[in-house]
Design a protein around this ligand. Structure first.
Ligand code: SF4
Length: 332
């Protein structure tokens, strides 16, 4: 069959004079794969803005800006909280989860409390009375948690409690006090046997040495009795200011305030009696706490620090004095 003659093609439209018409794929061919790093602005010659862009640069720049805008959109949507109901439903933002306060070990927590204590405003007299009235109403007769039967066994237990928990000390003293519960019996038991009974505690060899020696000195200087005197107590091996305060308070009812790791943290975190050292905190507490609360203040604060205002994660939601406390990282 004879072929049907084709209609002549219309001539191509000429480009308007003065305008560049680029081949469609020049850009991608010239710049290679459109990876963002190809267009790293840091890598671009700073003079590039001052000269004419090379052929293909327009497409490349367009591609770059598309990539940038896509990445920005992606990043933005990733940063936003998820929306319930998708794109069709009524978009309701889901509230972001609360950021938990930092968890710190005891030493770091106490150091942070001390730093805070340098800037915090100390409690007013009214706030102090309010706080201790609440402690008293909740627990009128607070007790220590070290097992003992008399001033001597209390003294030994407190000496053993350095860098140990009360629970750990009670486990160790159960056997020790069954074997020796008086200074004379402890000296007779001897350092090696004492060490054996308390071997689960840190520094047990040194503690055993101190317990036997303080027992010997009690016999030699105080007729086997625990003295009701700070200076005499602090002259015994292993007995420092804190131990003397605990013994004077619990065994003899002296209204002393022994500042241990818990009291130090609580006093600084709350603003009750900020201080850079345990002695500074003790002096602040002695000066500020009214006499009627002083006998039990040590126990209320130690129990508060041990069970509520804990080093790593204070339980501010259960705290009696949360409204008075000045700690900025409350954990509700
Ligand atoms: S509110 Fe929190 S940080 Fe303050 S005393 Fe109570 S438990 Fe401690």
């Amino acid at each position: 069959m004879p072929r049907k003659p084709q209609a002549p093609r219309p001539p191509r439209a000429a480009a308007p004079k003065g305008l560049d018409v680029e081949p469609r794929d020049v850009g991608s061919r010239d710049v290679g794969p459109l990876e963002p790093e190809v267009f790293d602005p840091q890598a671009i010659d700073p003079l590039a803005d001052l000269i004419s862009p090379p052929r293909g640069a327009k497409s490349a720049a367009k591609a770059k800006s598309t990539i940038k805008s896509k990445s920005a959109t992606k990043a933005k949507s990733a940063a936003q909280p998820p929306v319930k109901g998708g794109a069709k439903g009524a978009a309701r933002p889901v509230p972001a989860a609360p950021v938990p306060p930092p968890r710190r070990n005891k030493a770091v927590a106490n150091a942070a409390a001390a730093v805070h204590g340098k800037t915090v405003a100390a409690w007013s007299d009214e706030e102090i009375v309010e706080a201790f009235s609440r402690f008293e109403a909740q627990n009128p007769e607070p007790k220590g948690e070290l097992d003992h039967t008399d001033p001597y066994t209390l003294l030994v237990a407190v000496v053993l409690s350095a860098q140990a928990t009360d629970v750990g000390v009670n486990k160790a003293t159960k056997g020790l006090f069954a074997a020796a519960s008086t200074p004379a019996a402890m000296v007779a038991l001897g350092e090696e046997q004492v060490a054996h009974y308390i071997r689960t505690l840190g520094l047990y060899k040194n503690k055993a040495k101190n317990v036997v020696e303080l027992s010997r000195l009690l016999l030699e200087r105080h007729h086997g009795e625990v003295p009701r005197d700070r200076e005499a107590l602090e002259a015994l091996p292993g007995v420092g200011r804190k131990t003397a305060n605990v013994v004077l308070n619990i065994a003899f009812g002296v209204p002393t305030i022994a500042v241990d790791t818990h009291l130090f943290r609580v006093a600084n975190r709350t603003g009750l009696a900020p201080g850079a050292t345990p002695l500074a905190v003790e002096e602040g507490l002695e000066a500020r706490i009214p006499d009627r609360f002083k006998l039990h203040a040590h126990h209320w604060l130690i129990l508060h620090g041990r069970y509520i205002c804990k080093a790593r994660a204070p339980e501010c939601g259960r705290c009696l004095i949360a409204d008075l406390c000045r700690w900025p990282e409350k954990n509700f």
